[in-house]
Write a protein that binds this ligand. Structure first.
Ligand SMILES: Cc1ncc(COP(=O)(O)O)c(C=O)c1O
Length: 426
């Protein structure tokens, strides 16, 4: 098969709304490498958008899925339950921050977890409003879009959205924001737009993913917790992108000294199998009546089997520590290039959740063209990189945490070359 033929057939058979970044088609993959249908190899620094923290086809995860294939592939948990679902809920309840009683329900996608977290928060509080943050991303369903704080391309043409959703600026120091200003905006919202006693939840990504890999400052998270406690609002941590060792801890909320009431999990949870979860305080999770939560495929047994293996691999291979080592190595290389690449405005991120932000030299203007150029150069050299940010001027690095030292070194050399080549053109 030839990539160009497939591209033509794709354009004829599938809608452009499903935007596709690469013009080559995957044939097989292993750990941090993908080969296309023409045999070309790429190093995968996208990991299926932060999903493959444990790499492509980790042998333990493959074995777990194969063993489950030999037992059963679907019963619908709500019809005939299976022990592995309950056991996974127990493991997640024990591993997530806080020693309070917790319960977990499984779903299929990240957006579905977000939808259900909001349903649970509304049922538990009897309130309807939800507060989210500018630049945040929470999925492509109706509530996911409503909560998302980036219009194009996620919301364009799809409204009206569910009501009573409000956005507040996320505290991004690099762009002139601050914890003080964001918390003041929240207080102003309570005066101008919504009575805090009508607010069911505040949903926040501890590190904004799609929005640009900005980490919420500890005092901001503390401020949110205090406001939630004052007004009986639930704090939801959307850890769909930050979870499962990416930030150097199993969950990003472990970087803070406050606890969320609910957490949404997906992506890295099941190593590429479609699985998501809402985990939270037992009494909050029990608010919806029986039958109010679930879904035909929610908690699919193959995905649950994969998730058990993912948790084993993260512990056995100490992937949270590995994330810190790999992230530090990447940051050091990027910092070393600041002199040669004046477009580098910031190198940041906890653990391996590292990002590189570009601005036009000598200005504070986002440099989207430069970002695209680096990405194109890297892809041409065989390194797959993803961008992010409201202004599309950030490169985010999402390599599998299982990547070998040799492949990581090779990727860093390719990245350096891609940055240098782009800087030369300007
Ligand atoms: C923080 C966050 N929430 C929700 C979602 C939506 O997840 P999904 O694409 O699986 O629906 C994403 C996906 O990128 C995400 O990063």
């Amino acid at each position: 098969m030839i990539n160009t033929d497939l591209q033509r057939r794709k354009d004829a058979a599938t809608p452009r709304g499903v935007g596709v970044m690469c013009q080559f088609y995957a044939e097989r993959a292993l750990n941090a490498e993908i080969w296309d249908v023409e045999g070309r190899r790429y190093i995968d620094f996208g990991a299926g958008i932060a999903v493959l923290n444990t790499g492509h086809r980790h042998p333990k995860i493959i074995t777990a899925i194969e063993q489950q294939l030999g037992r059963f592939t679907h019963t619908c948990y709500q019809v005939v339950p299976y022990p592995s679902y309950v056991e996974l809920a127990e493991r997640i309840n024990a591993l997530t921050p806080g020693s309070h009683a917790k319960k977990t329900a499984f779903f299929s996608s990240g957006a579905e977890a977000v939808e259900n977290a909001i349903k649970i928060a509304r049922a538990a509080t009897g309130r309807s409003s939800v507060i989210a943050f500018a630049g945040g991303f929470h999925g492509r369903t109706m509530m996911g879009m409503a909560l998302t704080g980036k219009v194009a391309p996620y919301k364009t043409g799809f409204g009206p959205f569910p009501g009573e959703i409000f956005h507040v600026p996320f505290p991004i120091g690099l762009h002139g924001g601050s914890t003080k200003a964001s918390l003041a905006a929240l207080q102003m919202l309570f005066k101008a737009d919504v009575d805090p006693t009508r607010v069911a939840a505040i949903i926040v990504e501890p590190v904004q993913g799609e929005g640009g890999f900005y980490m919420a400052p500890p005092e901001f998270m503390r401020g949110l917790r205090a406001i939630c406690d004052e007004h009986g609002i639930l704090l939801i941590a959307d850890e769909i992108q930050t979870g499962f060792a990416r930030t150097g801890k199993l969950f990003a909320m472990e970087h803070y000294d406050v606890l969320p009431d609910l957490m949404t999990l997906a992506k890295g949870l099941a190593g590429g199998m479609p699985l998501s979860a809402v985990c939270g305080r037992a009494e909050v999770m029990d608010a919806p009546a029986p039958g109010g939560l679930g879904g035909t495929y929610a908690g699919n047994p193959l995905a649950i089997a994969a998730a058990h293996a993912v948790l084993d691999v993260i512990a056995e291979e100490r992937l949270a520590e590995r994330a810190n080592v790999l992230g530090a190595r990447l940051k050091e290389r990027l910092e070393g290039l600041r002199g040669e690449v004046p477009q580098i405005a910031d190198v940041r991120g906890p653990g391996a959740m590292v990002a590189l932000e570009f601005m036009r030299p000598g200005t504070r203007q986002a440099d989207m063209e430069f970002t695209k150029q680096v990405q194109a150069n890297a892809l041409h050299k065989g390194l797959l990189l993803l961008s992010c940010g409201v202004n599309n001027n950030v490169l985010r690095f999402l390599f599998p945490l299982t990547i070998s030292d040799a492949v990581m070194d090779e990727a860093l050399d390719l990245l350096e070359a891609a940055l240098r080549a782009a800087a030369c053109r300007y």
